[in-house]
Design a protein around this ligand. Structure first.
Ligand code: IPM
Ligand code: MN
Length: 352
């Protein structure tokens, strides 16, 4: 019987609330598969841990996470007590240290839901943003000099490697092959002529190797506009770390809201554990009220099952979510009145 070890890192704010529902649904889906065993280890890290230990994760957190088959993350950050760049730094470190370079964020509008875009429904909104997740604008490289003086300055350097850009693009092409065979690469090479022209060059080199996939490039400003006016023209969108971050909040809201948007942080070679988390953050404004939408976390758990090569269990979850949303079950972000737990319960009841 395949047994997988899952690290559960609920984190801060609404993280623990939505993660509890995701674990319930994950457990039930695995049980229905009969020969699938999941073992959970909960990691009580985050702002509460910081109150006791003066840091949000233990010093050896990467060492602790390394042996797991996958990590299920809720959300991190509690800006009232600690600046976000401190609480969030372990998250980016996990992505980079475990070479989780493929961050897959589907923007798919489920049936029964309305997009903020008028005249666009589930047939028009179904694309995936593939975010380069290991380098680019997110490398921790730079410094601040002459602090506090009028001459103070800051330098923050992005790093784009040929290997890093090529592998994410190939991942995008392979994904497009399994979907509608269109790849859109997003950069800003008209203004940033070193890094993003490297992206352009690599796309031009790879395109002939994937003649069955239509590829195009767009600058990120135009792409943001096109997401809004023509979402149906997108299938797989590949972007650098920062642009991928921006475009996935936009993709999430077009597809019904961030309460529904799941994410992977995948190491495709499986040399390290991959991590699964909702796109949304810890949402301190609604934390503790039990009203956060758990669907993004639940769909992230489905993506975790995909990664563990358990497509049947993953499909059970996605089908249950589809039916639950179609039935009109809704948390306040979707205009309904269900609590986080009731929404989890609704998915559980539909799970078959
Ligand atoms: C995300 C988040 C993170 C990011 C933050 C919390 C560092 O916005 O996962 O999209 O920018 O990657
Ligand atoms: Mn983000």
């Amino acid at each position: 019987m395949p047994t997988f070890k899952i690290a559960v890192y609920p984190g801060d704010g609404i993280g623990p609330e939505v993660t509890a529902e995701a674990v319930r649904v994950l457990t039930a889906a695995a049980k229905l598969e009969k020969d699938l065993q999941l073992e959970y280890t909960e990691l009580p890290w985050g702002i509460e841990y910081w109150k006791q230990h003066g840091r949000v994760v233990p010093a050896d957190f990467l060492h602790v996470l390394r042996p797991f088959d996958a990590i299920l993350l809720g959300a991190v950050g509690w800006p009232a007590l600690l600046p976000d760049h401190e609480t969030l730094s372990p998250l980016v470190q996990i992505r980079q240290a475990f070479d989780q370079y493929a961050c897959l964020r589907p923007a798919k509008l489920y049936r029964g839901l309305k997009s903020v875009l008028s005249g666009k429904g589930p047939d028009e909104i179904d694309f995936v943003v593939l975010r380069e997740n290991s380098e680019g604008e997110y490398v921790d490289n730079g410094g601040r000099l002459k602090r506090g003086t009028p001459d103070e300055f800051a330098v923050q350097t992005a790093v784009h490697t040929r290997r890093g850009v090529e592998r994410i693009m190939r991942y995008g092409y392979e994904l497009a092959r399994k979907r509608r065979k269109k790849l859109t690469m997003v950069t800003k090479s008209n203004a940033q002529r070193h890094a993003y022209v490297l992206w352009d060059d690599i796309l031009a080199e790879l395109a002939p190797q994937y003649p069955d996939v239509e590829s195009e490039r767009q600058h990120c400003d135009a792409c943001a506009m096109n997401f809004v006016r023509w979402p149906e023209r997108f299938d797989v969108v590949v972007a650098s770390n920062l642009f991928g971050d921006l475009l996935t909040d936009l993709g999430g809201v077009l597809a019904g809201g961030l309460g529904l948007a799941p994410s992977t942080n995948t190491n495709p070679e499986r040399n390290f554990p991959s991590m699964f988390e909702p796109v949304h953050g810890s949402a301190p404004d609604i934390a503790g009220r039990g009203i956060a939408n758990p669907i993004a976390a639940i769909l992230s758990a489905a993506m975790l099952l995909d990664h563990l090569n358990q497509p049947a269990a993953a499909k059970r979850i996605r089908t249950a979510v589809e039916q639950t949303l179609l039935s009109g079950a809704a948390t306040p972000d979707l205009g309904g009145r269900l609590t986080t737990q009731q929404m989890g319960e609704a998915v559980l009841k539909t799970l078959a």
